[in-house]
Design a protein around this ligand. Structure first.
Ligand SMILES: [Zn+2]
Length: 78
């Protein structure tokens, strides 16, 4: 199963401003889109980014969470 991480820091610009991005660790490593290690919140292995987003929203109900366009595009709500 893929291993997901959440960027602790919200996006500071662009259309996803204020959102925290969810990344697929192994794909993100290849694409070079991962946040710095210190800012990665590990959500561990989930069957898909959708389950990872649900988990992240359950843990951080106040956060707006969106899939990374590069490594979790099926959860990128644009
Ligand atoms: Zn990514």
């Amino acid at each position: 199963m893929p291993h997901f991480v959440l960027n602790e820091n919200a996006q500071t610009e662009g259309k996803h401003k204020g959102q925290r991005e969810l990344h697929n660790l192994s794909v993100g490593k290849e694409k070079g889109c991962l946040p710095d290690d210190i800012n990665q919140i590990h959500l561990f292995e989930r069957p898909s980014c959708r389950e990872a987003v649900l988990l992240a929203r359950a843990i951080y109900p106040d956060w707006s969470i969106n899939g990374c366009a590069y490594c979790a595009p099926e959860c990128d709500e644009g």
